[in-house]
Design a protein around this ligand. Structure first.
Ligand code: FMN
Length: 253
């Protein structure tokens, strides 16, 4: 049995939570990072004896559209799948439902779904340092229950939270820009999941393409990309109101 860890993780939080689950499930792991365009997605040799952990962050209560497009070309060939939605302690609304529908259409046999919390990628003080020790313990326990279901061969229908039609996604108009510290090394452009940053001039960002995922800020070695302070404080004020109470990881099985 191979374990495919398929993840879209612009700032690393989704990957952190996925690693905890995946490492507990088994050791024969094949990682498949879909954060950047990955041309080999339709050549993955997933078989019905494998397990895929499909992990995405929640953006506005939905799966980021870039992630959905990439997952849509992966054929599950009847493999078991565990869905993971990672969010910044506000809410994940229809993220799991959307991920479930896409994975099911693509021939995955979904045995469980998990929600987990990671540091908020826009306002990093929210859910700071999560997943933490409590999350790790919870996710490890979930993994054991999932493995148990897998070995029992159970394929029951189970509740997945979320509404259909899904909540409308309203794009956050937050586009990071370089500061004076930028040395034009081009890493942000190379790492951008949607190629929104000009290769030769990182000052030029196509705001129609940018998905506000904050990856350019996360990967910059000089800490030279920022969002405008007005947008930052507006987002911080709004999010602080709805994110202050700690939320816990959940298992649907
Ligand atoms: C554009 C955008 C939208 C987001 N929307 C939500 C949301 O609706 N609810 C929430 O709790 N967190 C939200 N977050 C926070 C992320 O879901 C969270 O930080 C996640 O861990 C990011 O994953 P990553 O670290 O793998 O990039 C949003 C973050 C971004 C950048």
């Amino acid at each position: 049995m191979k374990i495919y860890e398929i993840y879209f993780s612009p700032t690393g939080g989704t990957k952190k939570a996925a690693d905890i689950l995946t490492n507990e499930i088994g050791s024969n792991i094949i990682t498949c990072d879909i954060t950047k365009e990955n041309k080999d997605l339709n050549n993955l040799m997933i078989t019905k004896d494998d397990i895929a952990i499909i992990a995405v962050p929640s953006f506005g209560g939905r799966v980021p559209s870039t992630a959905i497009k990439r997952i849509s070309v992966i054929n599950g060939n009847g493999a078991f799948a565990v869905l993971l939605c990672v969010y910044g302690n506000r809410a994940y609304e229809d993220t799991l439902a959307e991920l479930y529908d896409t994975a099911k259409t693509n021939n995955f046999n979904i045995i469980a779904a998990v929600s987990a919390i990671a540091e908020h990628s826009v306002i990093r003080q929210i859910a700071a340092n999560r997943p933490d020790e409590i999350d790790k313990k919870q996710l490890s326990e979930f993994a054991k229950k999932i493995l148990y279901k897998f070995y029992e061969g159970k394929t029951n229908e189970f509740f997945i939270p979320g509404k259909r039609p899904y909540k409308k996604y309203s794009n956050m108009p937050i586009v990071p820009k370089p500061t004076k510290a930028c040395i034009k090394c081009g890493l942000c452009s190379k790492e951008c999941p949607v190629q929104a940053i000009d290769k030769n001039n990182p000052q030029k960002v196509n705001s129609k393409i940018c998905i506000s995922c904050m990856r350019c800020i996360y990967v910059c070695p000089n800490n030279a990309r920022k969002i405008s302070s007005i947008m930052y404080f507006a987002a911080k004020t709004a999010l602080n109101k709805v994110c202050s109470k700690r939320k816990e990881c959940e298992l649907f099985i």
